[in-house]
Design a protein around this ligand. Structure first.
Ligand SMILES: CCCCCCCCCCCCCCCCCCCC(=O)SCCNC(=O)CCNC(=O)[C@H](O)C(C)(C)COP(=O)(O)OP(=O)(O)OC[C@H]1O[C@@H](n2cnc3c(N)ncnc32)[C@H](O)[C@@H]1OP(=O)(O)O
Ligand SMILES: NC(=O)C1=CN([C@@H]2O[C@H](COP(=O)(O)OP(=O)(O)OC[C@H]3O[C@@H](n4cnc5c(N)ncnc54)[C@H](OP(=O)(O)O)[C@@H]3O)[C@@H](O)[C@H]2O)C=CC1
Length: 518
Protein backbone atom coordinates (compact mmCIF):
# COMPACT_ATOMS: atom_id res chain seq x y z
CA UNK A 1 0.00 0.00 0.00
CA UNK A 2 1.15 3.55 -0.80
CA UNK A 3 2.78 5.52 2.00
CA UNK A 4 1.22 8.90 2.82
CA UNK A 5 3.74 10.90 0.75
CA UNK A 6 3.34 8.44 -2.13
CA UNK A 7 -0.41 8.84 -1.97
CA UNK A 8 -0.24 12.64 -2.22
CA UNK A 9 2.28 12.50 -5.10
CA UNK A 10 0.68 13.89 -8.26
CA UNK A 11 -2.48 14.94 -6.41
CA UNK A 12 -4.30 18.27 -6.68
CA UNK A 13 -5.42 19.44 -3.27
CA UNK A 14 -8.04 22.10 -2.48
CA UNK A 15 -7.70 23.94 0.84
CA UNK A 16 -10.03 26.49 2.47
CA UNK A 17 -8.79 28.63 5.34
CA UNK A 18 -5.19 28.37 4.10
CA UNK A 19 -4.36 31.89 5.33
CA UNK A 20 -5.46 30.94 8.85
CA UNK A 21 -3.41 29.47 11.67
CA UNK A 22 -4.01 25.79 10.92
CA UNK A 23 -4.34 26.21 7.16
CA UNK A 24 -0.81 27.63 6.90
CA UNK A 25 0.65 24.71 8.84
CA UNK A 26 -1.26 22.31 6.59
CA UNK A 27 0.10 23.94 3.42
CA UNK A 28 3.65 23.94 4.82
CA UNK A 29 3.56 20.30 5.91
CA UNK A 30 2.10 19.11 2.60
CA UNK A 31 4.81 20.91 0.65
CA UNK A 32 7.60 19.72 2.95
CA UNK A 33 6.64 16.12 3.62
CA UNK A 34 4.83 15.35 0.36
CA UNK A 35 7.16 17.12 -2.09
CA UNK A 36 5.65 15.31 -5.08
CA UNK A 37 2.19 16.78 -4.50
CA UNK A 38 1.09 18.30 -7.82
CA UNK A 39 -0.62 21.54 -6.78
CA UNK A 40 -2.37 23.20 -3.86
CA UNK A 41 -5.43 25.23 -4.80
CA UNK A 42 -6.15 27.74 -2.04
CA UNK A 43 -9.55 29.44 -1.74
CA UNK A 44 -8.61 32.92 -0.57
CA UNK A 45 -10.44 36.24 -0.38
CA UNK A 46 -8.97 39.71 -0.76
CA UNK A 47 -8.75 41.39 2.65
CA UNK A 48 -7.71 44.67 4.25
CA UNK A 49 -6.84 46.27 0.91
CA UNK A 50 -4.68 43.34 -0.17
CA UNK A 51 -5.45 41.23 -3.22
CA UNK A 52 -5.61 37.47 -2.74
CA UNK A 53 -2.35 37.05 -4.73
CA UNK A 54 -0.62 39.55 -2.48
CA UNK A 55 -1.90 37.76 0.63
CA UNK A 56 -0.69 34.38 -0.59
CA UNK A 57 2.73 35.82 -1.61
CA UNK A 58 3.09 37.40 1.84
CA UNK A 59 2.12 34.15 3.48
CA UNK A 60 4.83 32.26 1.60
CA UNK A 61 7.54 34.66 2.80
CA UNK A 62 6.62 33.90 6.41
CA UNK A 63 9.22 32.19 8.61
CA UNK A 64 6.98 29.13 8.85
CA UNK A 65 8.00 28.30 5.26
CA UNK A 66 11.78 28.58 5.83
CA UNK A 67 12.35 24.82 5.76
CA UNK A 68 10.25 24.36 2.62
CA UNK A 69 12.09 27.25 0.98
CA UNK A 70 15.41 25.58 1.77
CA UNK A 71 14.29 22.25 0.29
CA UNK A 72 12.60 23.75 -2.76
CA UNK A 73 13.04 27.49 -3.49
CA UNK A 74 10.41 27.22 -6.27
CA UNK A 75 7.70 25.79 -4.01
CA UNK A 76 5.42 28.78 -4.74
CA UNK A 77 4.85 27.36 -8.23
CA UNK A 78 2.75 24.63 -6.66
CA UNK A 79 0.43 27.15 -5.00
CA UNK A 80 -2.58 28.28 -7.01
CA UNK A 81 -4.74 30.92 -5.31
CA UNK A 82 -8.42 30.93 -6.26
CA UNK A 83 -10.47 33.97 -5.42
CA UNK A 84 -13.34 33.02 -3.14
CA UNK A 85 -15.48 34.72 -0.52
CA UNK A 86 -17.10 31.87 1.32
CA UNK A 87 -20.08 33.89 2.56
CA UNK A 88 -21.21 34.68 -1.01
CA UNK A 89 -23.48 32.55 -3.21
CA UNK A 90 -21.48 29.89 -5.02
CA UNK A 91 -18.57 30.85 -2.74
CA UNK A 92 -17.98 33.67 -5.27
CA UNK A 93 -15.79 31.39 -7.38
CA UNK A 94 -15.72 32.35 -11.05
CA UNK A 95 -17.23 29.85 -13.55
CA UNK A 96 -13.76 29.29 -15.09
CA UNK A 97 -12.34 28.45 -11.68
CA UNK A 98 -15.27 26.14 -10.91
CA UNK A 99 -14.53 24.27 -14.12
CA UNK A 100 -10.84 24.08 -13.32
CA UNK A 101 -11.49 22.78 -9.78
CA UNK A 102 -14.15 20.25 -10.70
CA UNK A 103 -11.85 18.88 -13.35
CA UNK A 104 -8.70 18.39 -11.30
CA UNK A 105 -9.19 18.27 -7.51
CA UNK A 106 -8.44 14.93 -5.82
CA UNK A 107 -8.83 15.87 -2.16
CA UNK A 108 -10.43 18.74 -0.20
CA UNK A 109 -9.41 20.05 3.24
CA UNK A 110 -12.03 22.41 4.65
CA UNK A 111 -10.43 24.50 7.41
CA UNK A 112 -12.12 27.88 6.95
CA UNK A 113 -14.47 29.01 9.69
CA UNK A 114 -15.17 31.88 12.00
CA UNK A 115 -13.73 30.83 15.34
CA UNK A 116 -14.87 33.92 17.26
CA UNK A 117 -16.91 33.15 20.34
CA UNK A 118 -18.89 36.38 20.02
CA UNK A 119 -19.82 36.04 16.34
CA UNK A 120 -23.44 37.02 15.58
CA UNK A 121 -25.40 33.85 14.86
CA UNK A 122 -26.31 34.80 11.29
CA UNK A 123 -22.68 35.27 10.29
CA UNK A 124 -21.48 32.15 12.10
CA UNK A 125 -24.23 30.18 10.36
CA UNK A 126 -23.37 31.70 6.99
CA UNK A 127 -19.69 30.80 7.22
CA UNK A 128 -19.60 27.65 9.31
CA UNK A 129 -22.71 25.95 7.95
CA UNK A 130 -23.94 27.43 4.66
CA UNK A 131 -20.42 27.78 3.20
CA UNK A 132 -19.76 24.15 4.20
CA UNK A 133 -22.94 23.12 2.36
CA UNK A 134 -21.84 25.04 -0.72
CA UNK A 135 -18.36 23.53 -0.61
CA UNK A 136 -19.91 20.06 -0.39
CA UNK A 137 -22.03 20.85 -3.48
CA UNK A 138 -18.89 21.89 -5.30
CA UNK A 139 -17.10 18.76 -4.08
CA UNK A 140 -19.90 16.57 -5.45
CA UNK A 141 -19.26 18.01 -8.91
CA UNK A 142 -15.55 17.11 -8.76
CA UNK A 143 -14.86 14.26 -11.15
CA UNK A 144 -11.89 12.69 -9.35
CA UNK A 145 -12.55 13.56 -5.72
CA UNK A 146 -11.20 10.88 -3.40
CA UNK A 147 -11.71 12.46 0.04
CA UNK A 148 -13.34 15.43 1.74
CA UNK A 149 -11.78 16.29 5.12
CA UNK A 150 -13.71 18.65 7.36
CA UNK A 151 -12.09 20.37 10.35
CA UNK A 152 -14.52 20.61 13.23
CA UNK A 153 -13.82 21.11 16.94
CA UNK A 154 -13.76 18.77 19.92
CA UNK A 155 -16.12 21.29 21.57
CA UNK A 156 -18.86 21.00 18.92
CA UNK A 157 -20.66 18.79 21.44
CA UNK A 158 -19.44 20.51 24.60
CA UNK A 159 -22.95 20.17 26.03
CA UNK A 160 -22.00 16.51 26.63
CA UNK A 161 -19.42 15.33 29.15
CA UNK A 162 -18.38 12.19 27.29
CA UNK A 163 -17.83 12.60 23.57
CA UNK A 164 -17.52 9.63 21.27
CA UNK A 165 -16.25 9.68 17.71
CA UNK A 166 -19.74 9.89 16.31
CA UNK A 167 -21.84 12.67 14.83
CA UNK A 168 -24.55 13.52 17.33
CA UNK A 169 -28.04 14.62 16.28
CA UNK A 170 -27.93 18.38 15.65
CA UNK A 171 -29.59 20.78 18.10
CA UNK A 172 -31.89 21.86 15.26
CA UNK A 173 -32.37 20.84 11.63
CA UNK A 174 -29.89 23.23 9.87
CA UNK A 175 -32.18 23.73 6.87
CA UNK A 176 -35.05 24.90 9.10
CA UNK A 177 -32.80 27.28 11.02
CA UNK A 178 -31.36 28.75 7.83
CA UNK A 179 -34.86 29.32 6.44
CA UNK A 180 -36.10 30.94 9.65
CA UNK A 181 -33.15 33.25 10.14
CA UNK A 182 -33.37 34.44 6.53
CA UNK A 183 -36.35 36.70 7.19
CA UNK A 184 -35.37 37.87 10.69
CA UNK A 185 -33.50 41.12 11.17
CA UNK A 186 -30.26 41.14 13.15
CA UNK A 187 -31.94 42.49 16.30
CA UNK A 188 -34.42 39.62 16.52
CA UNK A 189 -31.70 37.06 15.85
CA UNK A 190 -29.56 38.58 18.62
CA UNK A 191 -32.49 38.36 21.04
CA UNK A 192 -33.28 34.72 20.35
CA UNK A 193 -29.66 33.51 20.09
CA UNK A 194 -29.35 32.43 23.77
CA UNK A 195 -32.55 30.38 23.44
CA UNK A 196 -31.34 28.77 20.24
CA UNK A 197 -27.83 27.86 21.38
CA UNK A 198 -29.30 26.43 24.60
CA UNK A 199 -26.68 24.60 26.64
CA UNK A 200 -23.79 25.52 24.35
CA UNK A 201 -21.68 28.53 25.37
CA UNK A 202 -21.49 30.37 22.05
CA UNK A 203 -22.52 30.52 18.39
CA UNK A 204 -19.18 29.00 17.38
CA UNK A 205 -19.67 25.58 19.01
CA UNK A 206 -23.35 25.62 18.00
CA UNK A 207 -22.68 26.22 14.30
CA UNK A 208 -19.77 23.75 14.26
CA UNK A 209 -22.18 21.07 15.53
CA UNK A 210 -24.63 21.93 12.74
CA UNK A 211 -21.79 21.82 10.20
CA UNK A 212 -20.89 18.25 11.25
CA UNK A 213 -24.46 17.19 10.54
CA UNK A 214 -24.44 18.92 7.14
CA UNK A 215 -21.21 17.10 6.27
CA UNK A 216 -22.60 13.76 7.44
CA UNK A 217 -25.59 14.17 5.08
CA UNK A 218 -23.23 13.67 2.15
CA UNK A 219 -21.49 10.56 3.43
CA UNK A 220 -23.18 8.36 0.81
CA UNK A 221 -21.84 10.48 -2.03
CA UNK A 222 -18.38 11.45 -0.76
CA UNK A 223 -15.58 9.84 1.24
CA UNK A 224 -15.63 11.97 4.35
CA UNK A 225 -13.61 12.38 7.54
CA UNK A 226 -14.15 14.87 10.34
CA UNK A 227 -11.24 16.02 12.52
CA UNK A 228 -12.09 17.38 15.95
CA UNK A 229 -9.13 19.12 17.60
CA UNK A 230 -9.43 20.47 21.14
CA UNK A 231 -7.57 23.72 22.05
CA UNK A 232 -5.00 24.10 19.30
CA UNK A 233 -1.71 25.58 20.50
CA UNK A 234 1.78 26.31 19.18
CA UNK A 235 3.69 23.63 17.29
CA UNK A 236 5.39 20.91 19.30
CA UNK A 237 8.10 19.83 16.84
CA UNK A 238 7.40 20.96 13.29
CA UNK A 239 8.53 22.84 11.35
CA UNK A 240 10.16 24.12 14.55
CA UNK A 241 9.00 24.13 18.18
CA UNK A 242 6.79 26.97 19.39
CA UNK A 243 5.42 28.29 16.10
CA UNK A 244 2.22 30.26 16.69
CA UNK A 245 0.73 33.30 14.97
CA UNK A 246 -2.39 34.37 16.84
CA UNK A 247 -3.89 35.52 20.13
CA UNK A 248 -6.57 32.84 20.30
CA UNK A 249 -7.17 30.68 23.36
CA UNK A 250 -4.07 30.09 25.49
CA UNK A 251 -1.79 32.29 23.35
CA UNK A 252 -3.61 35.49 24.34
CA UNK A 253 -3.62 34.33 27.97
CA UNK A 254 0.13 33.63 27.94
CA UNK A 255 0.88 36.98 26.32
CA UNK A 256 -1.36 38.92 28.69
CA UNK A 257 0.27 37.12 31.63
CA UNK A 258 3.78 37.68 30.22
CA UNK A 259 3.06 41.38 29.81
CA UNK A 260 2.11 41.47 33.49
CA UNK A 261 -1.44 42.50 32.61
CA UNK A 262 -3.25 39.28 33.46
CA UNK A 263 -2.66 38.41 37.14
CA UNK A 264 -5.56 36.08 37.88
CA UNK A 265 -7.74 33.63 36.01
CA UNK A 266 -10.45 31.14 36.93
CA UNK A 267 -9.98 27.46 36.14
CA UNK A 268 -11.06 24.16 37.69
CA UNK A 269 -7.92 22.59 39.17
CA UNK A 270 -9.06 19.01 38.52
CA UNK A 271 -10.21 19.56 34.95
CA UNK A 272 -8.13 18.54 31.97
CA UNK A 273 -6.50 21.40 30.07
CA UNK A 274 -6.86 19.85 26.66
CA UNK A 275 -4.22 21.64 24.59
CA UNK A 276 -3.15 20.03 21.34
CA UNK A 277 -0.15 21.21 19.29
CA UNK A 278 -0.98 22.42 15.81
CA UNK A 279 1.55 20.11 14.09
CA UNK A 280 -0.12 17.09 15.73
CA UNK A 281 -3.52 18.17 14.37
CA UNK A 282 -2.12 18.66 10.87
CA UNK A 283 -0.29 15.33 10.88
CA UNK A 284 -3.51 13.60 11.87
CA UNK A 285 -5.45 15.53 9.22
CA UNK A 286 -3.10 14.49 6.42
CA UNK A 287 -3.06 10.90 7.63
CA UNK A 288 -6.87 10.88 7.75
CA UNK A 289 -6.91 12.26 4.20
CA UNK A 290 -4.75 9.39 3.07
CA UNK A 291 -6.79 6.76 4.95
CA UNK A 292 -10.15 8.10 3.74
CA UNK A 293 -9.02 8.17 0.11
CA UNK A 294 -7.32 4.79 0.16
CA UNK A 295 -9.72 2.79 2.38
CA UNK A 296 -12.95 4.59 1.50
CA UNK A 297 -14.77 3.82 4.81
CA UNK A 298 -18.51 3.25 4.30
CA UNK A 299 -19.52 6.17 6.51
CA UNK A 300 -17.87 9.39 7.66
CA UNK A 301 -15.19 8.71 10.27
CA UNK A 302 -14.74 11.18 13.13
CA UNK A 303 -11.32 11.62 14.75
CA UNK A 304 -11.27 13.27 18.19
CA UNK A 305 -7.86 14.93 18.29
CA UNK A 306 -7.23 15.57 21.98
CA UNK A 307 -4.59 14.98 24.65
CA UNK A 308 -6.69 14.53 27.82
CA UNK A 309 -7.24 10.78 27.53
CA UNK A 310 -3.68 10.05 26.37
CA UNK A 311 -1.29 12.43 28.12
CA UNK A 312 -3.44 14.49 30.46
CA UNK A 313 -2.46 17.86 31.79
CA UNK A 314 -4.73 19.47 34.39
CA UNK A 315 -5.50 23.08 35.14
CA UNK A 316 -4.47 22.29 38.74
CA UNK A 317 -1.01 21.36 37.52
CA UNK A 318 -0.83 24.75 35.93
CA UNK A 319 0.18 26.06 39.36
CA UNK A 320 3.49 24.37 38.62
CA UNK A 321 3.48 25.34 34.99
CA UNK A 322 2.31 28.85 35.76
CA UNK A 323 5.65 29.13 37.46
CA UNK A 324 7.02 27.69 34.30
CA UNK A 325 5.19 30.26 32.17
CA UNK A 326 6.19 33.01 34.57
CA UNK A 327 9.81 31.95 34.91
CA UNK A 328 10.02 31.59 31.14
CA UNK A 329 8.74 35.15 30.74
CA UNK A 330 11.18 36.33 33.44
CA UNK A 331 14.07 34.72 31.60
CA UNK A 332 12.82 35.89 28.22
CA UNK A 333 10.69 38.91 29.10
CA UNK A 334 8.22 40.47 26.70
CA UNK A 335 9.06 44.05 25.77
CA UNK A 336 7.37 46.97 27.53
CA UNK A 337 5.66 44.84 30.17
CA UNK A 338 3.04 46.69 32.22
CA UNK A 339 4.07 44.88 35.43
CA UNK A 340 6.38 42.01 36.31
CA UNK A 341 4.74 38.71 35.22
CA UNK A 342 3.06 37.09 38.19
CA UNK A 343 -0.21 35.28 37.57
CA UNK A 344 -2.35 32.91 39.61
CA UNK A 345 -5.06 30.44 38.77
CA UNK A 346 -7.94 29.91 41.17
CA UNK A 347 -11.17 27.98 40.97
CA UNK A 348 -12.82 30.24 43.52
CA UNK A 349 -15.04 32.92 42.03
CA UNK A 350 -14.76 35.33 45.00
CA UNK A 351 -10.97 35.02 45.28
CA UNK A 352 -10.71 35.66 41.55
CA UNK A 353 -12.95 38.75 41.87
CA UNK A 354 -10.82 40.00 44.76
CA UNK A 355 -7.62 39.70 42.71
CA UNK A 356 -9.30 41.30 39.70
CA UNK A 357 -10.04 44.30 41.91
CA UNK A 358 -6.63 44.47 43.58
CA UNK A 359 -4.35 43.34 40.76
CA UNK A 360 -6.21 44.46 37.64
CA UNK A 361 -8.55 47.35 38.33
CA UNK A 362 -6.59 49.21 41.00
CA UNK A 363 -3.26 49.36 39.07
CA UNK A 364 -5.21 50.27 35.91
CA UNK A 365 -6.86 53.18 37.73
CA UNK A 366 -3.52 54.41 39.09
CA UNK A 367 -1.85 54.13 35.69
CA UNK A 368 -4.71 55.91 33.93
CA UNK A 369 -4.52 58.67 36.55
CA UNK A 370 -0.80 58.98 35.83
CA UNK A 371 -1.54 59.15 32.07
CA UNK A 372 -4.18 61.83 32.59
CA UNK A 373 -1.87 63.89 34.82
CA UNK A 374 0.90 63.70 32.23
CA UNK A 375 -1.50 64.90 29.50
CA UNK A 376 -1.95 61.52 27.80
CA UNK A 377 -5.07 59.56 26.95
CA UNK A 378 -6.01 56.97 29.59
CA UNK A 379 -6.03 53.46 28.11
CA UNK A 380 -5.40 50.83 30.79
CA UNK A 381 -8.97 50.48 32.04
CA UNK A 382 -10.13 49.97 28.44
CA UNK A 383 -7.50 47.24 27.91
CA UNK A 384 -8.58 45.49 31.12
CA UNK A 385 -12.25 45.63 30.15
CA UNK A 386 -11.42 43.88 26.86
CA UNK A 387 -9.23 41.36 28.66
CA UNK A 388 -12.03 40.57 31.12
CA UNK A 389 -14.47 40.08 28.25
CA UNK A 390 -12.06 37.68 26.50
CA UNK A 391 -11.26 35.76 29.68
CA UNK A 392 -14.94 35.43 30.57
CA UNK A 393 -15.51 33.78 27.18
CA UNK A 394 -12.62 31.36 27.73
CA UNK A 395 -13.50 30.43 31.31
CA UNK A 396 -16.30 28.11 30.19
CA UNK A 397 -13.58 25.88 28.72
CA UNK A 398 -11.11 26.14 31.60
CA UNK A 399 -13.71 25.49 34.30
CA UNK A 400 -15.07 22.17 33.07
CA UNK A 401 -13.97 18.69 32.19
CA UNK A 402 -14.66 16.60 29.10
CA UNK A 403 -13.74 13.07 28.12
CA UNK A 404 -13.11 12.25 24.49
CA UNK A 405 -12.93 8.80 23.02
CA UNK A 406 -10.04 8.29 20.58
CA UNK A 407 -10.57 4.84 19.08
CA UNK A 408 -10.48 6.02 15.47
CA UNK A 409 -7.31 7.97 16.14
CA UNK A 410 -5.68 4.83 17.58
CA UNK A 411 -6.94 2.74 14.67
CA UNK A 412 -5.44 5.25 12.21
CA UNK A 413 -2.10 5.20 14.03
CA UNK A 414 -2.01 1.42 13.77
CA UNK A 415 -2.55 1.66 9.99
CA UNK A 416 0.53 3.83 9.44
CA UNK A 417 3.91 2.39 8.46
CA UNK A 418 6.67 2.98 11.06
CA UNK A 419 8.16 5.58 8.69
CA UNK A 420 4.83 7.45 8.34
CA UNK A 421 4.31 7.29 12.08
CA UNK A 422 7.51 9.35 12.40
CA UNK A 423 6.90 11.74 9.50
CA UNK A 424 3.23 12.32 10.38
CA UNK A 425 3.56 11.96 14.13
CA UNK A 426 0.33 12.44 16.08
CA UNK A 427 1.28 10.32 19.08
CA UNK A 428 1.16 12.75 22.01
CA UNK A 429 2.32 10.23 24.60
CA UNK A 430 5.85 11.63 24.18
CA UNK A 431 4.76 15.24 24.67
CA UNK A 432 6.65 16.80 27.60
CA UNK A 433 4.32 19.52 28.90
CA UNK A 434 6.83 21.82 30.71
CA UNK A 435 9.12 21.82 27.68
CA UNK A 436 6.17 22.42 25.34
CA UNK A 437 4.86 25.33 27.45
CA UNK A 438 8.35 26.89 27.57
CA UNK A 439 8.66 26.77 23.76
CA UNK A 440 5.10 28.05 23.46
CA UNK A 441 5.94 31.15 25.54
CA UNK A 442 9.05 31.85 23.50
CA UNK A 443 6.98 31.32 20.34
CA UNK A 444 4.44 33.97 21.37
CA UNK A 445 7.31 36.43 21.86
CA UNK A 446 9.07 35.65 18.60
CA UNK A 447 6.27 34.93 16.15
CA UNK A 448 3.13 36.63 17.51
CA UNK A 449 4.67 39.79 18.93
CA UNK A 450 7.63 39.75 16.49
CA UNK A 451 10.03 40.68 19.28
CA UNK A 452 13.73 40.30 18.74
CA UNK A 453 15.51 37.90 21.12
CA UNK A 454 18.54 40.25 21.04
CA UNK A 455 16.47 42.90 22.86
CA UNK A 456 16.09 40.67 25.92
CA UNK A 457 18.69 42.56 28.05
CA UNK A 458 16.68 45.79 27.61
CA UNK A 459 13.44 43.96 28.46
CA UNK A 460 15.09 42.54 31.60
CA UNK A 461 16.27 46.02 32.55
CA UNK A 462 12.65 47.18 32.16
CA UNK A 463 11.51 44.42 34.54
CA UNK A 464 14.12 45.54 37.10
CA UNK A 465 12.79 49.08 36.80
CA UNK A 466 9.25 47.79 37.38
CA UNK A 467 10.45 45.88 40.45
CA UNK A 468 12.02 49.04 41.89
CA UNK A 469 8.85 51.00 41.19
CA UNK A 470 6.86 48.33 43.02
CA UNK A 471 9.21 48.36 46.06
CA UNK A 472 9.06 52.16 46.23
CA UNK A 473 5.30 52.18 45.83
CA UNK A 474 4.79 49.50 48.50
CA UNK A 475 7.09 51.32 50.94
CA UNK A 476 5.27 54.60 50.41
CA UNK A 477 1.93 52.84 50.85
CA UNK A 478 2.99 51.24 54.16
CA UNK A 479 4.32 54.56 55.47
CA UNK A 480 1.15 56.35 54.38
CA UNK A 481 -1.17 53.78 55.99
CA UNK A 482 0.85 53.82 59.17
CA UNK A 483 0.83 57.61 59.34
CA UNK A 484 -2.94 57.65 58.93
CA UNK A 485 -3.25 54.93 61.54
CA UNK A 486 -1.08 56.56 64.22
CA UNK A 487 -2.76 59.90 63.71
CA UNK A 488 -6.04 58.29 64.79
CA UNK A 489 -5.09 55.87 67.57
CA UNK A 490 -3.32 56.60 70.88
CA UNK A 491 -2.38 52.93 71.23
CA UNK A 492 -0.77 52.89 67.75
CA UNK A 493 1.16 56.05 68.69
CA UNK A 494 2.39 54.42 71.93
CA UNK A 495 3.50 51.30 70.04
CA UNK A 496 5.18 53.49 67.41
CA UNK A 497 7.13 55.54 70.07
CA UNK A 498 8.06 52.33 71.89
CA UNK A 499 9.43 50.72 68.68
CA UNK A 500 11.28 53.92 67.69
CA UNK A 501 12.88 54.29 71.14
CA UNK A 502 13.84 50.59 71.11
CA UNK A 503 15.57 51.11 67.76
CA UNK A 504 17.43 54.14 69.12
CA UNK A 505 18.54 52.17 72.19
CA UNK A 506 19.87 49.33 70.04
CA UNK A 507 21.62 51.82 67.77
CA UNK A 508 23.32 53.63 70.66
CA UNK A 509 24.24 50.28 72.27
CA UNK A 510 25.96 49.06 69.05
CA UNK A 511 27.66 52.43 68.55
CA UNK A 512 28.95 52.36 72.16
CA UNK A 513 30.17 48.74 71.94
CA UNK A 514 31.95 49.36 68.61
CA UNK A 515 33.70 52.48 70.12
CA UNK A 516 34.87 50.32 73.08
CA UNK A 517 36.29 47.53 70.90
CA UNK A 518 38.18 50.11 68.76
C1 LIG B 1 -3.11 33.39 34.59
C2 LIG B 1 -2.40 32.17 34.27
C3 LIG B 1 -1.45 32.13 33.17
C4 LIG B 1 -1.12 30.79 32.86
C5 LIG B 1 -1.71 30.33 31.59
C6 LIG B 1 -2.99 29.63 31.71
C7 LIG B 1 -3.50 29.31 30.36
C8 LIG B 1 -4.95 29.29 30.39
C9 LIG B 1 -5.49 29.21 29.02
C10 LIG B 1 -6.97 29.15 29.06
C11 LIG B 1 -7.44 29.13 27.73
C12 LIG B 1 -8.71 28.44 27.56
C13 LIG B 1 -8.94 28.43 26.08
C14 LIG B 1 -10.18 27.76 25.72
C15 LIG B 1 -10.36 27.83 24.25
C16 LIG B 1 -11.40 26.89 23.84
C17 LIG B 1 -11.17 26.62 22.44
C18 LIG B 1 -12.24 25.90 21.78
C19 LIG B 1 -11.55 25.34 20.68
C20 LIG B 1 -11.98 25.84 19.36
O1 LIG B 1 -12.60 25.09 18.73
S1 LIG B 1 -11.79 27.36 18.50
C21 LIG B 1 -10.64 28.34 18.56
C22 LIG B 1 -10.67 29.14 19.70
N1 LIG B 1 -11.20 30.43 19.36
C23 LIG B 1 -10.75 31.41 20.02
O2 LIG B 1 -9.90 31.25 20.86
C24 LIG B 1 -11.31 32.75 19.64
C25 LIG B 1 -11.61 33.51 20.87
N2 LIG B 1 -11.56 34.91 20.59
C26 LIG B 1 -12.64 35.66 20.36
O3 LIG B 1 -13.74 35.17 20.27
C27 LIG B 1 -12.41 37.15 20.26
O4 LIG B 1 -11.09 37.39 19.93
C28 LIG B 1 -12.74 37.85 21.59
C29 LIG B 1 -12.11 37.13 22.77
C30 LIG B 1 -14.27 37.90 21.76
C31 LIG B 1 -12.19 39.29 21.62
O5 LIG B 1 -12.78 40.06 20.63
P1 LIG B 1 -12.36 41.61 20.42
O6 LIG B 1 -12.34 42.32 21.71
O7 LIG B 1 -13.23 42.14 19.36
O8 LIG B 1 -10.89 41.51 19.95
P2 LIG B 1 -10.30 40.92 18.58
O9 LIG B 1 -10.27 39.46 18.64
O10 LIG B 1 -11.03 41.49 17.40
O11 LIG B 1 -8.86 41.49 18.61
C32 LIG B 1 -8.64 42.88 18.35
C33 LIG B 1 -7.17 43.10 18.19
O12 LIG B 1 -6.48 42.80 19.42
C34 LIG B 1 -5.55 41.76 19.20
N3 LIG B 1 -5.55 40.94 20.41
C35 LIG B 1 -6.44 40.00 20.73
N4 LIG B 1 -6.10 39.45 21.91
C36 LIG B 1 -5.00 40.10 22.32
C37 LIG B 1 -4.16 40.02 23.45
N5 LIG B 1 -4.38 39.12 24.42
N6 LIG B 1 -3.09 40.84 23.55
C38 LIG B 1 -2.83 41.74 22.58
N7 LIG B 1 -3.58 41.89 21.48
C39 LIG B 1 -4.65 41.07 21.35
C40 LIG B 1 -6.02 41.04 17.98
O13 LIG B 1 -4.99 40.38 17.31
C41 LIG B 1 -6.59 42.16 17.15
O14 LIG B 1 -5.54 42.83 16.49
P3 LIG B 1 -5.75 43.26 14.97
O15 LIG B 1 -4.47 43.95 14.64
O16 LIG B 1 -5.95 41.99 14.21
O17 LIG B 1 -6.95 44.15 14.97
N1 LIG C 1 -7.63 27.33 16.65
C1 LIG C 1 -8.19 26.45 17.43
O1 LIG C 1 -7.92 26.38 18.64
C2 LIG C 1 -9.14 25.46 16.87
C3 LIG C 1 -9.61 25.52 15.57
N2 LIG C 1 -10.48 24.57 15.12
C4 LIG C 1 -10.98 24.60 13.74
O2 LIG C 1 -9.88 24.64 12.86
C5 LIG C 1 -10.20 25.38 11.70
C6 LIG C 1 -9.13 26.41 11.47
O3 LIG C 1 -9.04 27.25 12.59
P1 LIG C 1 -7.91 28.36 12.69
O4 LIG C 1 -6.90 28.13 11.65
O5 LIG C 1 -7.49 28.44 14.10
O6 LIG C 1 -8.76 29.67 12.34
P2 LIG C 1 -8.27 31.06 11.73
O7 LIG C 1 -9.24 32.07 12.22
O8 LIG C 1 -6.84 31.26 11.98
O9 LIG C 1 -8.46 30.87 10.17
C7 LIG C 1 -9.71 30.92 9.57
C8 LIG C 1 -9.55 30.81 8.08
O10 LIG C 1 -10.84 30.89 7.48
C9 LIG C 1 -10.81 31.87 6.47
N3 LIG C 1 -12.07 32.57 6.29
C10 LIG C 1 -12.82 33.12 7.26
N4 LIG C 1 -13.87 33.74 6.70
C11 LIG C 1 -13.77 33.57 5.37
C12 LIG C 1 -14.55 33.98 4.27
N5 LIG C 1 -15.68 34.66 4.44
N6 LIG C 1 -14.15 33.65 3.02
C13 LIG C 1 -13.01 32.95 2.84
N7 LIG C 1 -12.23 32.52 3.83
C14 LIG C 1 -12.61 32.83 5.09
C15 LIG C 1 -9.81 32.87 6.96
O11 LIG C 1 -9.40 33.66 5.88
P3 LIG C 1 -8.92 35.18 6.05
O12 LIG C 1 -7.48 35.10 6.31
O13 LIG C 1 -9.27 35.77 4.75
O14 LIG C 1 -9.71 35.76 7.19
C16 LIG C 1 -8.73 31.95 7.49
O15 LIG C 1 -7.94 31.49 6.45
C17 LIG C 1 -11.58 25.95 11.93
O16 LIG C 1 -12.50 25.16 11.24
C18 LIG C 1 -11.79 25.82 13.43
O17 LIG C 1 -13.14 25.64 13.74
C19 LIG C 1 -10.90 23.54 15.91
C20 LIG C 1 -10.46 23.45 17.17
C21 LIG C 1 -9.58 24.41 17.79
Amino acid sequence: MASIAEYYAGKNVLITGATGFMGKVLVEKLLRSCPEVKALYLLVRPKAGQSMQQRVSDMMTCKLFDRVREDNPDFHQKIIPISSELTQPGLAISPEDVEKLTGCIDIVFHCAATIRFDEPLKHALQLNVIATQQLLSLAKQMHHLEAFIHISTAYANCNRKHIDEVIYPPPVEPKKLIESLEWMDDGIVRDITPRLIGDRPNTYTYTKALAEFVVQQEQDKLNIAIIRPSIVGASWQEPFPGWIDNFNGPSGVFIAAGKGILRTMRANNDAVADLIPVDVVINLTLSAGWYTAVHKPKSALVYNCTTGGINPFHWGEIGRYTHHVMSSFKRNPLEQAFRRPNANITSNYLINQYWILVSHKFPALIYDLFLRLSGQKPQMMRIFNRLHKAISLLEYFSSQDWEWNSENLNMLMSQLTPEDRKTFNFDVRQLNWPEYIENYCIGTKKYVLNEDMSDIPAARQHLRKLRNIRYTFNTLLVVFIWRVFIARSQMARNIWYFVVSLCFKFLSYFRASSTLTN
